[in-house]
Design a protein around this ligand. Sequence first.
Ligand code: ADP
Ligand code: MG
Length: 747
Amino acid sequence: MLTLETPVQFAKGIGPAIAKTLAEKNIATVEDLLLHLPFRYEDRLNPRALSELKPGEMASVIAEVRGAALLRTRKMPIFEMTVGQGISSMKCLWFHGTWLRDKFQPGQMVALFGKIEPSRSGRGFKMMQPQIEVLPDGHDDAMDRLLEVGRITPVYESLSGSRLASRWIRRILWNLLEEMKGTIPETLPAALLARLNLPGREQALRTVHFPAAGTPMSQLQAAATAAHRRLIFEELFYLELGLEVKRRKFQEKTGVAFTTSEKVRAALREILPFHPTSAQKRALGEIAADMRRPVPMRRLLQGDVGSGKTIVALQAMLIAIENGYQAALMAPTEILATQHYLSARRVLEKSSRHYRITLLTGSLEEDVKRLRRRQIDDGETDLVIGTHALIEEKVEFARLGLVVVDEQHRFGVLQRFRLMKKDGAEPDVLVMTATPIPRTLALSLYGDLDLSVLDELPPGRTPIVTRQVPDQRSDEVWGFVRGQVARGHQAYVVYPVIEGPKDDQPELDFAEPETEDESAKTAKKSARKSKTDSLFAKVSSRLQLKSATDMYERLRAQELSGLRVGLLHGRLSADDKEVVMRRFQRGEIDVLIATTVIEVGVDVPNATVMVIEHAERFGLAQLHQLRGRVGRGAAKSYCILMPGGKLSPLAEERLVAMVRTQDGFELAELDLQLRGPGEFFGTRQAGLPDFRVANLVRDGALLELAKEESARFVKKAGEEATPEEKARVWSRLKEAWQRRYGLAEAG
Ligand code: ADP
Ligand code: MG
């Protein structure tokens, strides 16, 4: 008997070899296969008549093959086919179509899907490169006829070339559903489904693959049928339920109940270098309220670049310290940790109390690290600032009360810092992020975190002027930089790579997935031409890429000669980085040539120009972060985007958006749409699950619904679910979370 957990290998029509191919696509069980949903549908029940087609539209057409030929043009072979319905006919063309030769006979019926274009003669239409499937005629396999003719037919993303294409998937799925009829267990309480008007699981699986005649095509294509909604809801419900459970479990743990007496508040006031914005006050108020409670805090502090998160975090850490606890701040890079360390010292110096601050980063000398670890362990320090080393080097704290994690999206999931505490109460955790996560996503995905938002910039900021300037006008750009320096300001110039063609190392994670895609596409295209070609394309694109090191040499010798120019990148030693950063901060460097190491957090208010060369190589989030390095003081600031070379449409869209708006949330929304949630959150490291059927950009409303319903289920499951249903939900949750996140803790 097949169950959902049965390995696919045992399903009819799949042997060990195919199972292996499927495993590469993350399809291991029967359930995985059933959740491989069609990516579109064709209405072969009411196919379109050739006579009613309009140019520009995408259309499904069923027609008869009238004739076909392979044309050899000078550029490439083109396969041309004429199809017809009665007296109407249409041409279909496939470039490089040699492989289609001999596949068709006149009289065959074919289903076509593609874009309708006017034909060259001006009369009638043609279809360029349509998807095509030969329809089974009466003599062919009865099953294919059943699944493909006279119904709404599902079209699947092929699972492995043409071998496991739509037709194969249809048959396998049909057989599975027939064989398992009446045995697919329900995972949601019946009353819940009834209230939300959603179908049962088995019915949803069946109709999502084989929709009933009459289902509106627009709903099918938008994944908005009841069957789709049911499956998407289920997936999101279990995500949200897991988050809800985690959050509640947390609330049961014992944390530190800090006090915020007048003495503590006085200490906080003493260090304030400026009047906090009302958003900063509100956020600190929320954090302090959490910290007073005996439950561990798990809070996300979200604020656009420059919104002033640092001082809020510092004040929170003082609350812990004034209560006799230690606080730790973890930053994503050594540069940033060092900068936090320096600025914390500067700010805390003003206090009459003597706070003991320790810096701990991976690249310190071994014996220095050992010493500092001991100080932390012995309680001889109040505030520890560091990088990942804090986790990796098994630091133990004497009395850790609060952990602040800066720029969380670089770090990944929270469970990494079960951390560092010896015993006693669970420390509070505050996560800071400048990634303006669209609000509904933040609320729903970080369902186990509370959220504070800094939605206001400190006063006195003038908007940053952003311009896209072509390479040919770089002289003007360097002239402008000189002008700003002459007025006593400083500038950044950013490059995508550290060194030139000999050793083309991208900095950190600059390689955007989109660029990868593009180069993959280019590579594919040129592979068709020849291997040498593609090699050449790669080499030449590298040769053209300016690097921080080369441009540092050149700019200080030529365009920026006479100015004090510095170089900063990730491959400098920690000491060198610190020296360069300090000199820039003190104004001893006018122009800092850098890679994206300066992307996060670097704070030098006197810098007013950000020049980004090869701006097309950076993602939107990165560009926004980089721009956020300027506009931090009262002086007017500028961001100059210099693309080097041809722009892809996507790159163009990013740069246009950068020029248009400075609103981090707006840019984040766009970024999310351009890249999809996985890439948006920096892939897996953000702990974001790979969804099987849900799509966070499309399914925001269902996500909200799932969040509400999961909270309601936890609170009063008794109302709606029978004891068996409840038991099934909990065991399903455990399974789902174990599989998805490798977490055993959710149950
Ligand atoms: P981010 O949120 O990007 O980490 P920072 O905390 O680095 O922002 O703050 C950006 C700059 O704004 C810093 O120079 C900081 O000193 C300054 N700043 C923060 N809050 C205020 C405020 N309320 N008034 C004036 N300046 C502020
Ligand atoms: Mg910051």
